[in-house]
Write a protein that binds this ligand. Structure first.
Ligand code: NAD
Ligand code: MG
Length: 353
């Protein structure tokens, strides 16, 4: 039996994780948490809001699935890594914001860090058992979101409803907006850097509209290994929860004979500057990725509220990065302080409703 603690149980990832846990008798849900929705009876231990590490202390899980959205997931990520408890990580924001602290905690704890993000699950699988010096570079695929192909001047008036209509994935609102701005791919770039220890100049982003190829690894002999499948998060969730086993899922095999075509292209950094800003923040290191994430969270919430135009999301993030000193955080308190200051700067930039 594997004892699972599910954080973010009412969300898009959380609900799909419940389906996977229900289908596998060897997975036992011992604890569940949500941000605000009631979840009484979902697991022996439940918690709504509050400090997630209190719940984890009581639950004594073998595996924590962190499917909380945003910086709110950072404490749980560090808790699991520090203790060497398996961490199935959907909450990419925690690794982006706390990358250095997370790697140090992971090295001390010695547990498994299993990505749930589909691109990173794909990379993890393509890299497994390979020596680092055989790997030339990583290629993250991006659907391009609902505004792929548009120019900047065509994005001036886009509404939250238009931005929420993602072409290939059905996800929570925050990541869906991040996919429309390409901030999501920026977060994933930083996530990949910390997960796989590959420098930024050897991580490439390509647009691939159907999300059939989840990512690729280029090897030094010119070979490229890709991971393909229908875009369905139950596959990477199941992979992370049942690792090192590989359980059956209800997802159908790829229909190749029916005619499958794959299209790739370069991202438009002019129209989607958050991808460039994330790369710069990652390369500068320290708390710049934390600042990128914090300002983006504030700006996305304001956009969803109708208080900020779509194109201003990137402007808010750019200004928060310019205002920050980026000094590395030596502990969680310093990281929380960097996050708070970046939110304050971003807030100051957003018109009051
Ligand atoms: P969502 O908005 O659907 O769900 C978020 C969950 O987090 C909810 O259960 C909510 O109650 C909980 N939550 C929010 N704040 C909390 C807090 N302070 N304490 C405890 N719980 C809190 O989001 P989602 O789409 O499921 O995404 C979750 C995470 O997974 C995000 O980091 C996202 O980037 C990542 N992710 C999601 C997908 C996807 O397909 N949805 C794919 C890849 C990665
Ligand atoms: Mg992803």
């Amino acid at each position: 039996m594997k004892r699972i603690a599910l954080l973010g149980a009412t969300g898009s990832i959380g609900r799909q994780a419940l389906e996977i846990v229900d289908a596998h008798p060897e997975l036992e849900l011992v604890a569940a948490a949500s941000g605000s929705q009631p979840i009484d009876g979902l697991a022996p231990l439940t918690q709504v809001g509050g400090d997630l590490t209190d719940l984890l202390e009581r639950a004594e899980p073998d595996c924590v699935l962190n499917a909380v959205v945003g910086f709110a997931g950072v404490g749980a990520t560090l808790w699991a890594l520090e203790r060497g408890i398996d961490l199935a990580l959907a909450n990419k924001e925690s690794l982006v914001a706390a990358g250095d602290l997370a790697l140090a905690a992971h090295a001390r704890g010695g547990g498994r860090l299993l990505p749930v993000d589909s691109e990173h699950s794909a990379l993890f699988q393509c890299l497994e058992g390979r020596s680092a010096d055989h790997v030339e570079s990583l290629v993250l695929t991006a659907s391009g979101g609902p505004f792929r192909g548009r120019r900047r001047d065509e994005l001036v008036d886009v509404t939250p409803a238009e931005a929420l209509a993602h072409p290939t994935w059905n996800m929570g609102p925050k990541i869906t907006i991040d996919s429309a701005t390409l901030a999501n791919k920026g977060l994933e770039l930083v996530e990949a850097h910390f997960l796989f220890g590959v420098p930024y100049e050897r991580i490439e982003i390509v647009i691939h509209p159907t999300s059939t190829v989840h990512s690729l690894v280029r090897l030094r002999d010119g070979a490229a290994l890709a991971h393909l499948g229908y875009p369905d998060m139950r596959v990477p969730i199941s992979f992370a929860l049942t690792y090192p086993e590989r359980a059956v899922t209800p997802v159908p095999p790829l229909d190749l004979a029916g005619g499958l075509t794959l299209e790739f292209g370069a991202p438009d950094l002019e129209t989607f500057p958050l991808l460039r800003l994330a790369r710069e923040a990652g390369e500068r290191g320290g708390t710049y990725p934390c600042v990128f994430n914090a300002a983006n969270e504030v700006a996305v919430a304001a956009f969803l509220d109708g208080r900020l135009p779509f194109l201003e999301i990137a402007a808010v993030v750019e200004e928060a990065l310019a205002a920050a000193d980026g000094a590395p955080a030596r502990d969680l308190d310093e990281l929380v302080e960097a996050d708070r200051r970046a939110r304050e700067t971003a807030d100051g930039r957003i018109p009051v409703a």
